[in-house]
Design a protein around this ligand. Structure first.
Ligand code: NAD
Length: 353
């Protein structure tokens, strides 16, 4: 047993079918009386389901959340929050909607109640991001960590298989990198391994039957654990690469994580043997990178960068950008190594052993 430091994050979690009905009590616990729901037009039905238990504690709905939190969108939402005198923000949706709530909370300091509907894990982290003039700034701020998270798996039953698989593998990526993080500790490693196991067993069921209630609860539990791991420890090459590729080439977030993950695991395989052992054990397999690739195939996700909109000519530049600033990774990050990784990911090659 090595010495370690574990900075547990203070958030309250209410989990289970029917948890949505407790939203009013949760607002009361926080001393909040005027909630503004943040969402997207696609989720009007879910907004309706949340409005009912909120009753007069709901003072407005802003449904303009979009990917990457553009500053203009954050400003518009903040204006509406001020106009309806909201004293808390209820983020109903995926990482983009929760990200919008964080952008507003950062300037007002008001609490966020998150009601996640994807497996992004943003609800468990103090990480924010805002895009201005085409550049996404990110950072950590304890004020943006949701004070309460309501996980109701019934909200995920509508998530199409096409979105569920990559969203779940995006969550697995948080767990994988938590296992070899520079500040990994026995607690976050337990959380991460259990998160991979829960998602690894539930996602294949969900893509066959998106309304499978038990598998949906299991996957959301795994996503919660993945978010907790992401929030508690620093990430490495995989998240850095996805941030670079997503930001510079406008590639879709969860599908991008899904394509890159097996290749980063392969890149790190000899430098992080304990993490590989735990990933393989969680996925009930012999080899971690291969198991991650196989999971992507099983859930019907795209497995190559070329299929999600990357241009081959840009791979060299992407490798160069990803190596510009040093950061932790179990295996040293070199431009040649990353370029090879990106070429394999571009072609969708099965990682070798
Ligand atoms: P998203 O929030 O962009 O949602 C994608 C689409 O799915 C949206 O159109 C949304 O309306 C729809 N959707 C959401 N839930 C649904 C459901 N249950 N059924 C049907 N449709 C549904 O996607 P995401 O992958 O959750 O989030 C991606 C964003 O989150 C990225 O910008 C990423 O950077 C950010 N993120 C941030 C953190 C963090 O800690 N700050 C962590 C993970 C991701």
């Amino acid at each position: 047993m090595h010495n370690f430091v574990y900075d547990a994050l203070p958030s309250r979690v209410v989990f289970g079918y029917g948890a949505l009905g407790q939203i009013r009590d949760e607002l009361a616990r926080l001393g909040c009386e005027r909630g503004l729901i943040l969402s997207t037009p696609r989720q009007r039905q879910e907004v309706q389901a949340l409005s009912q238990p909120l009753g007069e504690r709901l003072v407005g709905v802003y449904e303009g959340a979009v990917m990457h939190v553009p500053a203009e969108v954050a400003n518009a939402a903040r204006l509406q929050a001020d106009a309806c005198k909201a004293d808390c923000y209820i983020a109903l949706g995926g990482g983009s909607t929760i990200g919008l709530a964080k952008a507003i909370a950062m300037s007002t300091g008001r609490p966020i109640v998150a009601v996640p509907t994807t497996y992004s894990g943003s609800e468990m982290t103090p990480i924010w991001g805002i895009t201005e003039d085409g550049i996404k700034r990110t950072g950590r701020d304890p004020r943006v960590l949701p004070r309460c998270v309501i996980y109701d798996p019934s909200l995920t039953l509508t998530m199409p298989a096409k979105l569920s698989g990559p969203s779940g593998i995006n969550a697995i990526a948080h767990c994988v990198e938590a296992l070899y993080s520079e500040n990994a500790n026995p607690i976050t490693s337990l959380i991460a391994e259990e998160g991979i196991a829960a998602l690894g067993r539930s996602l294949p069921i969900i893509v066959q039957d998106p309304t499978h209630r038990e598998a949906r609860a299991d996957a959301l539990y795994g996503a919660y654990l993945a978010g907790a791991a992401l929030g508690a420890v620093g990430m490495a090459l995989h998240h850095k690469l996805c941030h670079t590729l997503g930001g510079s080439y406008a590639l879709p977030h969860a599908p991008l994580h899904t394509v890159i993950l097996p290749h980063v695991a392969h890149y790190n395989r000899h430098a992080a043997p304990d993490a590989m052992k735990r990933i393989a054990r969680a996925l009930d397999a012999d080899d971690a990178p291969t198991a991650l690739y196989n999971l992507a195939v099983t859930v019907g996700a795209k497995t190559s960068l070329k299929d999600i909109g990357m241009r081959r000519e840009a791979l060299g530049e992407a490798a160069e950008i990803a190596c510009r600033n040093p950061y932790h990774n179990p295996r040293p990050v070199t431009a040649e190594g990353v370029l090879q990784l990106l070429q394999d990911a571009y072609d969708g090659r099965r990682p070798g052993i």
